[in-house]
Design a protein around this ligand. Structure first.
Ligand code: 3PG
Length: 215
């Protein structure tokens, strides 16, 4: 059985920026601006060749950063992420193999779910928090309200289509301690090195979160 409370205790900030990074030299300035803005938990998706190097660079340069790997879909990626300095791993989905791999690597794991059956699978594997993905495409807040009635013991990190426009409605749900999304630092802003705009988005996200009492 996995004790996924370790993921919850890791989550110092209610908003996790989801990063797609294609230029490794941008890892440090990006992490710096996110950390300075108060976003201490950062998800680097394994969608680019430099993702593992970026995780290593950030975790070594900023010991206070909680940097993890996202878009993790195989056992080998979990092991590599751990060896690269990741503090957690996030998957878009859930499988027995992935749960076992996370368990044996001792890494906090956030499995992705979309249906009640997958929530059951996650709960049976010992998880109390899951990524709800892709949230907006699956009914968003309304679907989470339904899940809360059926699974009052479960918490969710909605991801997929979260933005400044709907952040408050998500974080207002008791079952949602944290959300994740790419809107704070989308790839185009990173490549343009628009740190000012990324900082402004991070600060606005935390302001919205504080209105819900979660920041
Ligand atoms: C993810 O990898 O978690 C999602 O692609 C993030 O979704 P978003 O880009 O809609 O925020």
């Amino acid at each position: 059985m996995v004790d996924s409370s370790s993921f919850e205790t890791l989550i110092e900030s209610p908003v996790i920026p989801v990063i797609v990074l294609s230029e490794v030299q941008l890892a440090i300035p990006l992490a710096e601006v996110l950390l300075d803005s108060g976003l201490t938990v950062i998800e680097i998706t394994l969608r680019t060749e430099v993702a593992m190097s970026a995780i290593r660079l950030i975790s070594e340069a900023f010991p206070k950063a909680i940097v993890g790997a996202g878009t993790v879909t195989t056992h080998d990626q979990i092991v590599l992420a751990r060896d690269s300095g990741a503090s957690f791993v996030i998957s878009p989905g859930i499988s027995k193999k992935m749960c076992q791999a996370a368990n044996s690597s001792y890494l906090p794991f956030l499995p992705g779910i979309a249906t009640p059956s997958e929530i059951l699978m996650a709960r049976e594997a010992g998880f109390s928090i899951c990524k709800f993905f892709p949230s907006e495409g699956l009914g968003g807040v309304e679907r989470l309200e339904m899940f809360a009635q059926i699974f009052p013991d479960m918490k969710f990190c909605p991801t997929g289509g979260i933005s400044e426009a709907n952040l408050e409605s998500y974080l207002s749900l008791a079952s949602v301690p944290v959300v994740a999304g790419s809107w704070i630092a989308p790839e185009a802003l990173i490549l343009a090195k628009d740190w000012v705009e990324i900082e402004a988005r991070a600060q606005r996200a935390l302001e919205i979160a504080s209105r819900t009492g979660k920041a």
